[in-house]
Design a protein around this ligand. Sequence first.
Ligand SMILES: Cc1cc2nc3c(=O)[nH]c(=O)nc-3n(C[C@H](O)[C@H](O)[C@H](O)COP(=O)(O)OP(=O)(O)OC[C@H]3O[C@@H](n4cnc5c(N)ncnc54)[C@H](O)[C@@H]3O)c2cc1C
Length: 420
Amino acid sequence: MPATSRTKHIAVIGAGAVGVCCGLYLRRDGHAVTVIDEQEPGEGASKGNAGIIATNMCLPVATPQVLRRVPWMLLDREAALRIRWRYLPRLLPWLARFVLAARPSAVERIAHELGGLLGLALDSYTLIAEAAGAADLFRRQGWLHVYEDAAAFRAQRHHIELQRRCGVRAEPIEGAALREREPALSPGLPGGYFFPDCAHTVDPHLLVRRLAEAFVRGGGRLVRGRVDGFDLGADGVRALRASADVGAVDTVIIAAGAWSRPLAKSAGFNVPLDTERGYHLMLPRPGIALQGPLICGGLDFGITPMRHGIRLAGTVELAGLDAPPDPNRSLMLYRLARRILPRLSDEGATQWMGFRPSIPDSKPVIGRGRRGGNVHLAFGHGHLGITLAAITGRLVADQVAGRPTPIDLAPFAPDRFGAG
Ligand SMILES: Cc1cc2nc3c(=O)[nH]c(=O)nc-3n(C[C@H](O)[C@H](O)[C@H](O)COP(=O)(O)OP(=O)(O)OC[C@H]3O[C@@H](n4cnc5c(N)ncnc54)[C@H](O)[C@@H]3O)c2cc1C
């Protein structure tokens, strides 16, 4: 579709959940939109994640409690966090900002800011998923958090109070009542919380592919190619330097997930993006059925009933984009999950590793910053990229159109790190 004087030619770099949702929302405004990716849609982090629309997860990853656990976690090979020591020198500036984000005042502020975004997450999906024929891939079954020991369960109360202040609904469940809700759980767990307003997708990869198909059906252009930088003019980016021809562009959206940093840099933004690598183990014949998704506090990975079995997905490995995957990280998920789901079977299990695009303050960068210009950033969603993809697309489209956004974008501005 040729751009009219009112509409623009917009290039979106990246066809993960975030890029495809940006494409769909921009097409709704009638723009001529090209989404370009070096792979097929949804082959990045959006492929193998836990699929939880985690509208309750407003706390940043860095909290005082997490920092206190870090030394112990680094000594335990099966802990939720692992750092590959060779990567540490490159990671230090990111880690320094991560520690700053864990100050109690910062945690409170970030939780309210993320809470505002999360509150719009599900409705933003409904708008595009129904039109895309993807509504059947969502389940609104809430999310159950369980604890293995009573002290961890009690300690969680503090976080729950903060989540409630941010508008999250949480129902405490004690002792035997846990197994009434989820009979597959082992007996004797002390308790947990049920978050009724969470949802999940039974196939995040298929979700992104369906959304991408709808984007193309609706007149969007999907191009296979790698973007290496930009041709800059007086008004900003004029064209992409890419392995495929995209033509002249009026506006560019950088949504290349964990690979976005060099692209943002060549457009003049210095964003502290790194990756928290995560793993999954897909259990096609799990031997049990779950009532809904679970997570176990302390183990820190999701257990999600999906279309093709149960997926164990999560943990954090700080090792950059180039180190090879460590298969033990996937395999340990099964050993750990059996502590709370004793009848779980790993017959036919398959493994995966993906790169979360992570900013140290756990907030994505959305928008174009104070200087204006024709480049908008939409990356850095960390643990929440599936949850926040649709609302990100909606906000980017609002900003491109010059409409007021439903929440203040300043806390998510690309230049909030003082660089640019
Ligand atoms: C184990 C695990 C579990 C998770 N569980 C959840 C969960 O339950 N809920 C949740 O909300 N989130 C979860 N996440 C996080 C979520 O998966 C990510 O935040 C999200 O997928 C990021 O989406 P994205 O579109 O930004 O990036 P990606 O899906 O990684 O897409 C980026 C795309 O950009 C392309 N690209 C990169 N560089 C270039 C270039 N130069 N030129 C062209 N194309 C390029 C890539 O090929 C890729 O397709 C999990 C992540 C992991 C690893």
